[in-house]
Design a protein around this ligand. Sequence first.
Ligand SMILES: [Zn+2]
Length: 469
Amino acid sequence: MSDLTLKDFEREALPTLTDYAAIPCLSPMFDAEWEKSGHISTATSLFVGWSTTRAFHSAKTQLHEIPGRTPVITVTVEATGPSIGTVVLYGHLDKQPPLGEWSEGLSPYCAVRRADRLYARGVADDGYAIFSALLALEALEANNIPHARCVVLIEASEESGSPDLEAYLDLLKDHLSNVELLICLDSGALTYDRLWVTTSLRGVLNAELTVQVLERGQHSGIASGVVPSSFRILRELLDRVEDVKTGDILLKEFQPTIPDEHVMAAKAVAGEFGDVSANELPTVDGLELMGNDAADRILRRTWFPTLSIVGMGGVPEPSIAGNVLRASTTAVLSLRLPPNVDSEKARAALREVLTTDVPSNAQVSYNDHAADGWVAPPLAPWLEKALHEASLNAFGNDVAFTGEGGSIPFLGSLAKRYPGVQFVATGVLGPGTNAHGIDEMLDLPTAVNVTNAVATIVAAHANNKKEKT
Ligand SMILES: [Zn+2]
């Protein structure tokens, strides 16, 4: 098969990907007014428009809209090979916010190319996915290589924990019909020299906790020493969740049982690739990292529960901070959950410790949202063979497997709906990609190589079916 080249990708995908980069289509969690602002709709129209121009023998692009929910695009490419069984290729078009000031010369909503890297919010997470998926299928058809029926599914609420996706999976139940293989193009890579396949993902639990002690702020010379500080009470509550010295999560509902093969795999990856969890992080000089060694850090990043405080409210900027006993303090909590922990049980346990027996009887308001992690089911022999072949063909190096520390709620949902489905979770989110951070970047040669690997995998799926029938 003649592979897709960087030139092909530049010609076919880059102009539209660059247009997409300019759209601030934030996930609904970061743009409550997303319906009014219309950015998600603009991005959706752009992708629908591009999809309908692609050269397939038989394909249909559809926009699905359930009122009040973010839309979903499907591009259904009919089989040119075995006609039973569907391959789903997944990506998302909603974005994280810019996070902060981007580096000199870069901007979240104006794509900048430096050498073979494209910088802008959302290009790697996960704008490239629809291009990769459809160009892979197009390459198969151009080379007369059979493929099964394929549905490219692009959703728009992933960065909010995919709250809208289940409703669409219900709506599209018959359309997706007999899913046999799911290729998720929203995952990570530890290096850019090979195909990385994800073996597990952590779950996620987001919560917003407000501790209130006063109706309004008071002169701290009058109220302090009498009214307890909302910040101190918040600290006490958080100490119930996390060991303040080690960062360990204390609640038993959050503790993983790590399968032996995942411990061994972490050791193997650390042995071959080094301290991959730490190498690329912009840590300050002299910072002591958590974890004993490279393997331990891989496990900590992929299998340990953690707490990050990702936002705070009720606290003024330093430049306008007066001597006031503030009325309330809000913390936004982001917890990552081990892949095999029940997120609903974890959620109930967290809610319990943060909202009961509150110190000084302060008022607490609380809301939360949770999603399960995911552990990849064992690979079918045909797929394992296809992954080796795909990586060798596309990258010139053998495939590698690792757990990821992030979350893709879709995989857990799909695994529950379609027991026995085969999964390939992969992607371009490698060193320096900065998804969710400033200076997000797509490594274009990697996008091309992943596209070629996807083509090989989809072809192998059809080939395996042919051999069986
Ligand atoms: Zn993503």
